[in-house]
Design a protein around this ligand. Structure first.
Ligand SMILES: [Zn+2]
Length: 508
C-alpha cells in the first residue's frame, strides 16, 4: 500500500509521513478560546484533526492527541493589547470569568460531540499550566531571547534572528512584520522592536485573571501555553502540530520561536517543535470571510436549530460534518444554504446505500458476475486508501464512495436475481465501505445517532431481555431462550455468554 503523504506547511511541500517514534504518534492541535459558542470555522478545524486522528488510528498508529483549552483571559485583538476576551464576556453575562470559560467549554464539547468528533487523549487547560508557563518564560529569559519591560516579558525577535529565523513557517520577513505592526501602534512603547511579542503581560488593575510571577502580577501571553503544554505532554519535538491557517501567523510562528528559544540545547536539526505542521483552510460565506464583526458568523447551535437570519432551515450536525468532509481540508470551503442543502441530499443517498448494504445477502443465489461492477467494488479499498494517503483527501474518498453507490443500489434492487459480483468481493467491500464511513470519516446515519443518544435506554432494556432469557434457560424453556437470541440477531445484536454472565453487542 502507498505510504501516507502529508502537506507540511513548514517545508511547503508534500512529504512522506514518518513518525519520530513509530508506532507512536504525538499530535497537538490548537483548541478554542472559550468565550463564545463554536461556529463553522471551529467545526472545520475540529473535524479536520478528528479525521487525521481517526485515520492514523485506523493505520494502527498509537496516537496521543492533545488539544488545549484556552481559558486564560487573552486580549480582544489577539495581539498584546485591549480587553480580555473572557473577562469582557463575563462582564456582559454577569458571570465569573471561570464560569464563562466552563460554560463555553461545555457547549463546545456538546456541539462537537453531536458531529461525532472524538474527544482528544488529553485536553489541558491553560489556567492549569501557569507554573509551567512561568518556567518557560524564565528559561527563554535565561537563554537570552527575551527581556523584561515594565512588569511584562517580551520575546526578543532580533536576538532570536541571530541564530534562528523568525518567519520560517509563514514565509514572512521582518520588513513585512514591521509594516504590519506599524498599522497597530498600540502598546508598542514597552517593546524594543515592533515585531516582539508578549510572553508575560503585566496585569492592569481591572484585569481579573491574574497570577503571581517573578515579574509581578500578570498573565501569560497568547502563544506560550501551546509551546508549554505540547512539550509537557508530547516532548520537545513531536510529530504533528495542527491548526487553522488563521493561526499560522503570528500564533504558530511564535510557538516555533518560543520552542526553539526554550530548548536551544537541542541540535539545530531537532528544532521547530513539530516535524509536520498541518493547516486547514477557512470557510467563507458566499465568497466572503466569516467573522463576528462581519455579522455572518453562525454558531453551530444556530445551524442545528436553523435560527439565524442567514439560514433557510436547520441543518443536522452530521450534514455539516459531511459538508466539511466533501472538501479537502486545505481548500477553502464556501458555505451557502444551497451548498448545504446539496450536501443534505447527497448524505441521505449515502445513508440509504449504507443501509442497503445490510439487506444484500451474497449467498442466496448463484453468481452472474458483471465485470464492471466486480472491478468497482474490488478496487474500492485501494482507491479510498490512496485518496486518504494523499494528504487526507476526504473529498476524493467521498467521491469514490459515490462511485460505488450505483453498484450497491443495483445489488439491492436485483437482490432476487443472481448476484452480479463475487460473494467474497461483496463481503470484503461491505466491510471496508462501512469502515471508511464510520471509522475514517466518522459519519453516522440519523438512526445511529438517535440510538447513540438513547444508549442508556437500550442498555436497561437489554438487561431485562437478558434476565428473561436467563430465566427461560433455568426453566429449560429452550424454545423461548433460542427465540430471544435469534430475534436479537435479526436486529444485529449478539449475545455472548461468559463466566460472569451474558454480554451483548451490536454486530454490524
Ligand atoms: Zn496554539
Amino acid at each position: 500500500m502507498d505510504s501516507l503523504i502529508v502537506f507540511n506547511s513548514l517545508s511547503r511541500k508534500k512529504e512522506v509521513f514518518e513518525p519520530l517514534h513509530p508506532p507512536f504518534v504525538g499530535m497537538y492541535a490548537c483548541g478554542p478560546t472559550v468565550y463564545g459558542n463554536a461556529h463553522l470555522g471551529h467545526a472545520r478545524q475540529a473535524i479536520t484533526f478528528d479525521t487525521v486522528f481517526r485515520y492514523l488510528s485506523a493505520l494502527d498508529y498509537k496516537v496521543r492527541y492533545v488539544r488545549n483549552i484556552t481559558d486564560v483571559g487573552h486580549l480582544v485583538n489577539d495581539g498584546d493589547d485591549g480587553d480580555s476576551k473572557i473577562e469582557k464576556q463575563a462582564r456582559l453575562e454577569q458571570l465569573e470569568p471561570m464560569e464563562v470559560a466552563q460554560m463555553y467549554y461545555n457547549n463546545y464539547i456538546t456541539d462537537l460531540t453531536q458531529m461525532n468528533v472524538l474527544r482528544p487523549s488529553i485536553e489541558p487547560r491553560a489556567t492549569g499550566h501557569i507554573l509551567e508557563q512561568i518556567e518557560a518564560v524564565q528559561q527563554i529569559l535565561d537563554n537570552g531571547y527575551a527581556y523584561i519591560s515594565n512588569g511584562s516579558v517580551y520575546f526578543d525577535v532580533r536576538a532570536y534572528e541571530e541564530k534562528f529565523h523568525y518567519g520560517k513557517l509563514s514565509g514572512r520577513n521582518i520588513d513585512d512584520m514591521l509594516a504590519e505592526s506599524r498599522e497597530n501602534l498600540e502598546g508598542q512603547t514597552e517593546k524594543r522592536f515592533p515585531a516582539d511579542f508578549a510572553l508575560w503581560k503585566n496585569a492592569s488593575p481591572e484585569h481579573i485573571m491574574r497570577w503571581n510571577s517573578p515579574w509581578g502580577e500578570g498573565f501569560p501571553g497568547w502563544h506560550i501555553e501551546c509551546t508549554v503544554m505540547s512539550s509537557k505532554y508530547l516532548g520537545k519535538k513531536f510529530d504533528i502540530h495542527g491548526g487553522g491557517m488563521d493561526l499560522l501567523f503570528p500564533h504558530h510562528e511564535a510557538e516555533i520561536a518560543q520552542s526553539n528559544a526554550c530548548h536551544c540545547d537541542l541540535p539545530a536539526t531537532e528544532h521547530d517543535q513539530a516535524k509536520y505542521w498541518l493547516h486547514n483552510n477557512m470557510i467563507t460565506y458566499e465568497g466572503q470571510k466569516m467573522g463576528k464583526s462581519l455579522g455572518n458568523a453562525i454558531s453551530l447551535r444556530e445551524f442545528y436549530s436553523g435560527e439565524h437570519r442567514l439560514l433557510d432551515q436547520a441543518y443536522s450536525p452530521m450534514v455539516i460534518r459531511f459538508f466539511i468532509l466533501q472538501a479537502h481540508y486545505r481548500s477553502t470551503l464556501d458555505f451557502s444554504n444551497t451548498a448545504l442543502q446539496a450536501s443534505e441530499k447527497a448524505f441521505k443517498r449515502m445513508n440509504e446505500g449504507v443501509k442497503r448494504l445490510d439487506a444484500i445477502d451474497p449467498y442466496t443465489k448463484p453468481v452472474a458476475v458483471n465485470p464492471e461492477m466486480e472491478t468497482n467494488l474490488s478496487a474500492f479499498h485501494a482507491e479510498a486508501s490512496a485518496a486518504m494517503n494523499d494528504d487526507f483527501n476526504t473529498a476524493r474518498v467521498v467521491a469514490r464512495m459515490f462511485d460505488a453507490l450505483p453498484v450497491i443500489n443495483h445489488l439491492f434492487k436485483e437482490r432476487q436475481a443472481p448476484l452480479a459480483v463475487q460473494p467474497e468481493t461483496f463481503l470484503a467491500f461491505r466491510k471496508v465501505f462501512k469502515e471508511v464511513y464510520h471509522q475514517w470519516l466518522g459519519l453516522m446515519s440519523p438512526e445511529e445517532q438517535q440510538e447513540d443518544g438513547q444508549g442508556e435506554t437500550v442498555d436497561s432494556l437489554m438487561k431485562v431481555i437478558i434476565e428473561l432469557r436467563g430465566q427461560a434457560r433455568k426453566d429449560k424453556n429452550w424454545a423461548i431462550a433460542d427465540y430471544i437470541r435469534d430475534q436479537l440477531q435479526v436486529n444485529q445484536i449478539k449475545l455472548e455468554d461468559t463466566a460472569d454472565g451474558t454480554d451483548w453487542y451490536y454486530d454490524r
